[in-house]
Design a protein around this ligand. Structure first.
Ligand code: DLL
Length: 437
């Protein structure tokens, strides 16, 4: 009988306290879990075995955390190429749930969860909710979409896990959302930041005061949003707004989440996900504190381990604060594919959002339209005028915005006023950019 020479450690899933764990203890835990994950992926997913072999790396080569850099990256295209279930690392009989990304073009990416994965996901969303100040006994209105999208069901399980009461409203039916918020008096709401603006408008349209609801905290994510939008949402609704980050390929909501005390960017739940930042062009690692593309390796996932998954999300890693051993990510600037290159100048929709919200006489309702005029690309910011202000005041505000974009971003755009309620309203992830080129 042959014996394996290396001891094969089982997945160690003991819960740790993210607030008190020390950095060394965390790193030791990460290494054990990384070694387990790499072996698990290598032995059970033909795709990973092939890419590891092509890179000349074997599970036994992972001796330190930095050795993660020996492993090849995984991209969304890789996940698509094994559609639908080729990346699953356990037999289908052990898969309790499947989710899929919306996939605006081409095949969706499909992800799977074992019972253990679902348990840990609920724990991590629960942890995220506690970081947001949500407590057992609270009522939480969940307006993330239910279904294949991970937002609704992911948030749902975490709310139940901490002993709070979930109101499983899902997205859309905005008038009904307003009614239930009024009648059920939830303490917290979970939805996209853009959808919360839609809800705030609808509360007002119903003749109610958005600051007068029972809501104390909003846990917002699934799309980029700025600290300026946070301030606007907190002012309009009279609550604390915190950021929750995640992506279906890595788990769903709750990969990283923000503390309501420090509101300084989501802490990565590093005992379950190893973050790196890289230069998106060269693939070389960038130092903590430097801007780059966020990359994740899962540390405890059974059905769908991901190895150095390139998120395309741009941010930087910062030292932990509310959870000192865990690094934070700065609020995401955007995805690299959201970047607009306008006559040689790179810009992100979040940069425009920051400038829009810095002008009180503008509304936060705007879209970006790209066109080609001859050989030149043009960008129009179409923004709803303020319903309560004179047209002259709004025109002047539009001019100020155009000037600030020129000064701060360095490019000339058109700013065109739209009528109140003319632009599409968000019901989930907001489509901000329309490319007519
Ligand atoms: O959006 C998971 C989620 C649901 C996160 C609910 C938070 C709340 P996907 O549909 O796979 O999963 O989209 C993931 O959305 O790569 C980012 O580009 C973006 N994203 C998610 N959260 C944030 C955030 C869910 N807090 C993609 N800030 C990610 C900025 C975010 N962007």
């Amino acid at each position: 009988m042959s014996k394996t020479t290396t001891a094969r450690a089982a997945l160690d899933v003991a819960e740790v306290d993210p607030a008190t764990i020390g950095r060394d203890e965390l790193r030791a835990l990460q290494l054990r879990r990384l070694q387990w994950t790499v072996r698990h992926a290598y032995e059970n997913v033909p795709f990973y075995r092939a890419t590891f072999e092509a890179a000349g790396v074997a599970p036994d080569d992972i001796r330190t955390l930095d050795d993660v850099r020996l492993l090849p990256f995984t991209t969304k295209d890789d996940l698509r190429s094994t559609y639908p279930f080729g990346m699953f690392a356990v037999p289908m009989s052990e898969v309790r749930r499947i989710h899929a990304s919306s996939g605006t073009t081409g095949r969706p990416t499909v992800v799977g969860y074992t019972q253990g994965d679902l348990d840990r996901w609920a724990d991590l969303v629960g942890r995220s909710l506690r970081a947001a100040g949500v407590a057992a006994g609270w009522k939480v209105h969940n307006a993330y979409g239910y279904g294949l999208f991970t937002g609704g069901l992911g948030a749902h399980a975490g709310i139940e896990r901490i002993g709070a009461t979930v109101i499983p409203m899902s997205g859309g039916q905005t008038a009904r959302q307003v009614q239930l918020i009024h009648d059920f008096e939830p303490d917290a709401i979970m939805c996209t930041p853009s959808y919360l603006l839609t809800i705030a408008d609808a509360i007002e349209a119903a003749g109610l005061d958005p600051r007068g609801t029972s809501l104390k905290v909003a846990i917002l994510g699934a799309e980029p949003w700025t600290n300026e939008l946070r301030a606007e949402i907190e002012r309009r609704l009279g609550l604390d707004a915190v950021d929750i980050y995640g992506l279906s390929e890595v788990m769903g909501p709750g990969v990283a989440s923000e503390s309501v005390v420090t509101k300084d960017g989501p802490h990565v739940w590093e005992d379950h996900f190893l973050p790196e930042t890289i230069d998106g062009e060269t693939g070389e690692p960038v130092a903590d504190g430097e801007h780059g593309e966020l990359v994740f390796t899962s540390l405890t996932k059974e059905a769908f381990p991901v190895i150095r998954y390139r998120t395309r999300d741009l941010t930087r890693l910062l030292p932990g604060r509310a959870y000192p051993a865990l690094r934070r990510i700065e609020k995401i600037t955007g995805r690299d594919d959201d970047m607009i290159i306008l006559r040689g100048v790179n810009l992100f929709p979040t940069q425009i959002e920051e400038l829009v919200l810095g002008i009180e006489t503008l509304t936060p309702h705007f879209v970006l339209e790209l066109r080609r005029a001859g050989r030149l690309d043009t960008l129009t910011v179409r923004i709803e005028r303020h319903p309560a202000l004179d047209r002259d005041v709004c025109e002047a505000a539009a001019k100020v915005l155009q000037q600030r974009i020129k000064t701060h971003i360095g490019t000339t755009v058109d700013v065109v006023l739209a009528e109140p309620a003319e632009l599409p309203r968000s019901e989930g992830k907001y489509k901000r950019v329309y490319d007519y080129r």
